[in-house]
Write a protein of this length. Structure first.
Length: 222
């Protein structure tokens, strides 16, 4: 290869394949000009390595702090779900269970909007549980889009928003928890004025909540 044919990529590739190169030619290290990433001034190889190690340390620390924060948030959320589960189990009637659900969503989970609806007729009339007729196009579309065990989060169509939350104008994001084991007989819809229920939100705990509510109210629908 002629000198004019040698490019920086060739040198970098050669050094990557020969990590012992500077063991043989250590004097070249003194002639290297390495710019500092933050100010561009020439520094020694050792200084550059120290800076890089500090950057990696800080990045790892940020990742650890993030994981610790997530673990803490998940622990708090788990406690709230355990409390919800206990209260649903000790509720003597389905009406008490629905009352518990509304109270917990409001006071503990701090959900701004909540709607509990069904497509099937319950075996008793309960306050807080509304029935939606599938004759309406938006209701039919909503029902067909839900599957057991698969909560859906994000923005929703305007008709869905108006129908589920009676036209709440400040609603920004929604989470729909399908209710039912082998079929979806209803949905618990949660609304927020922020992006709290964004599409990338993890749904594990939401799925657990849906299963708890389904187990408690499933008897209403045979």
């Amino acid at each position: 290869m002629k000198p004019e044919d040698i490019h920086a990529e060739h040198v970098a590739d050669y050094l990557a394949r020969n990590p012992q190169f500077f063991h043989v030619f250590p004097n070249l290290l003194d002639r290297l000009s390495i710019p500092h990433p933050s100010n561009g001034k020439a520094v020694s190889l050792l200084e550059r390595q120290v800076w890089q190690l500090r950057e990696q340390r800080d990045k790892l620390q940020d990742e650890v702090d993030s994981l610790v924060a997530i673990a803490g948030d998940n622990g708090i959320l788990l406690q709230k779900i355990q409390q919800l589960s206990r209260l649903l189990m000790v509720a003597e009637t389905e009406q008490q269970a629905i009352d518990v659900l509304y109270t917990q969503m409001d006071e503990v989970f701090k959900v701004e909007y909540m709607t509990l609806v069904s497509w099937e007729v319950p075996n008793q009339s309960l306050k807080g549980l509304s029935q939606l007729g599938v004759r309406q196009d938006w209701v039919k579309t909503l029902k067909e889009s839900l599957q057991p065990g698969k909560p859906v989060c994000g923005l929703i169509e305007q008709k869905w928003k108006s129908g589920l939350f009676h036209g709440a104008s400040d609603l920004h994001s929604v989470c729909c928890l399908p209710l039912g084991k082998n079929r979806v007989w209803g949905v618990l819809a949660l609304g927020s004025t922020t992006d709290r229920f964004h599409p990338e939100l993890g749904t594990y705990f939401l799925k657990v909540m849906a299963e708890l509510i389904t187990a408690r109210l499933n008897r209403l629908f045979g």
